[in-house]
Structure formats: structure tokens, C-alpha cells
Design a protein around this ligand. Structure first.
Ligand code: HEC
Ligand code: HEC
Length: 195
């Protein structure tokens, strides 16, 4: 129990009043569309968390007007995108963990504005390397004897399977990864007739 001045002049006393729930962000700030219901004291920590997750400053989403951060203004598309992202994260957590914040901006962004869409390749490949061909599992002799078997798919087949598996070529914006993978596949096959 805590005496809290409410500013309500009609109320004679505040002594029997339970601790009021904290004001929410939309009660304190001007232009809240997705963070509704969040305790207002969480707003700045949330903003700092978002900025750090993307590796940016406040100005990545907010504009400065007359040298002041005009955080209520919706001028920047990045702010709009951030709203979509916040909604997405809230939805995911509702589905995934009954609202426990297990997914955050940082899970994808890792300090960048554009999350990395594909793993950095090559990954260390465990030995024996039998599963690289996605189902075709050449035995050990196939890997060691140069001309023994035609079961290994081509580098392009492997690459296409890989691209399909991770959700399409769109996801790979770094040509670098493809080159690494091709080189890796070539090394793995290490067949003399490989072109
Ligand atoms: C990744 C984008 C992003 C970054 C970075 C960011 N914000 Fe925000 N900020 C938003 C969005 C989106 C909203 C609106 C939330 C909503 O609609 O519920 C907002 C709202 C606010 C508000 C409430 C404005 C109002 O009156 O409605 C304040 C204050 C604020 N941000 C401050 C900051 C500060 C300070 C920083 C830097 C520490 C920061 N923000 C960094 C996206 C961002
Ligand atoms: C499920 C993964 C994921 C999560 C979680 C996520 N994002 Fe994103 N975000 C993305 C992807 C993918 C893009 C598109 C990047 C691109 O276009 O290269 C993106 C783009 C953005 C952009 C636009 C960047 C730009 O350069 O214009 C902003 C702003 C952003 N996210 C903010 C957030 C914020 C804030 C959160 C947490 C509330 C968040 N994101 C959570 C995946 C995610």
C-alpha cells in the first residue's frame, strides 16, 4: 500500500488506494500505435534496446527538428517498418511462448539494420561428410576413390537444393556465399573430371 497523489480533488484520501497500475505509453506519449499497454517507464529502455539491436542510433527511425529529437513524428519509413517489426515480434511471442519475450529484434538483427539472410559459408563440415548431398549418401569408398561412382549430384544441383531449403534465392543477397559454397562443393567432390 502506498499513498499516491492522484490529482483527483474529489477524492478525500489516497491512503486506502492500492498502488495504481503505472501509466501506459499511450497515456504519456503522443503517437503510440503498436506499443499500447506497455508501462511508460519501459519506453526508453525499449527504444535503446531496439537501437542497439539494429546497431543504430535514435535518428535511424526518428527525425531531428531544430536540433531536437521529434520522436512523435512519423517522417521516416524506418519508423513505419519498425512498427511492422514490433507487431510481428509481439505476434510471434504470443504464438510461441504465451507472451514471454523469447523473440526480440536482436534475434534477427544482431546489431545490423539488414539481418543476414543466409549462414556464412562454408560451415565446418563434420566427417564423414555423407549428408551433404541431401539424401544421396555415398559410402566411404565413393569419397576416397576418384572414379568409382556417378551418384554424387553436380555442384549446381546441390546449390539449388540448398537455395530451395532456405527459402529461395531472394534470401541470399551475398554472391560471396554462393561462390564459397560452389568452391566448397568442388572440394568435397574432389573428382578429377570435375569442371
Ligand atoms: C528501429 C526504430 C527506432 C529506433 C532506433 C528508435 N525508435 Fe523510438 N520509436 C520507434 C517507433 C516505431 C515508435 C512508435 C511506437 C508505436 O507506435 O507504438 C517510437 C516511439 C518513440 C517515442 C514516443 C514518441 C511519441 O510521443 O509518440 C519516443 C519518446 C522515442 N521513440 C524515443 C526514442 C529514442 C530516445 C531513441 C534512441 C535511444 C529511439 N526512440 C530509437 C522506433 C524507433
Ligand atoms: C524474424 C526476424 C526479424 C525480427 C525478429 C525483427 N526483424 Fe527487422 N527486419 C528483418 C528483415 C528480414 C528485414 C529486411 C532487411 C532488408 O531489407 O535487408 C528487417 C528490416 C527492418 C528495418 C528496416 C531497415 C532498413 O534498412 O530500412 C527496421 C527498421 C527493422 N527491421 C526493425 C526491427 C525492430 C525494431 C525489431 C524488433 C521489434 C525487428 N526489426 C525484429 C527481420 C526481423
Amino acid at each position: 500500500m502506498q499513498a499516491v497523489p492522484t490529482g483527483d480533488q474529489n477524492r478525500g484520501t489516497t491512503t486506502m488506494q492500492a498502488v495504481p497500475t503505472e501509466e501506459t505509453v499511450e497515456q504519456v506519449f503522443k503517437n503510440i500505435k503498436v506499443l499500447n499497454g506497455m508501462p511508460q517507464s519501459q519506453l526508453y529502455p525499449t527504444m535503446r534496446f531496439m537501437a542497439a539491436s539494429l546497431g543504430t542510433q535514435c535518428g535511424f527511425c526518428h527525425v531531428f527538428k531544430n536540433g531536437q529529437l521529434d520522436s512523435a513524428a512519423d517522417d521516416k519509413p524506418e519508423k513505419q517498418t519498425a512498427r511492422v517489426m514490433i507487431k510481428m515480434v509481439l505476434e510471434i511471442n504470443k504464438t510461441l511462448a504465451q507472451g514471454n519475450p523469447t523473440v526480440s529484434c536482436y534475434i534477427c538483427h544482431r546489431g545490423r539494420t539488414s539481418p543476414q539472410g543466409a549462414p556464412t559459408l562454408p560451415q565446418p563440415v563434420p566427417s564423414p561428410r555423407s549428408t551433404i548431398a541431401g539424401g544421396a549418401t555415398p559410402d566411404a569408398s565413393a569419397r576416397t576413390a576418384p572414379n568409382s561412382t556417378p551418384v554424387l549430384p553436380s555442384a549446381d544441383e546441390i546449390l539449388n537444393k540448398y537455395i530451395t531449403a532456405i527459402g529461395g534465392r531472394m534470401a541470399i543477397d551475398h554472391q560471396r556465399n554462393n561462390l564459397h559454397l560452389k568452391r566448397r562443393v568442388r572440394t568435397l567432390r574432389s573428382r578429377p573430371d570435375d569442371s
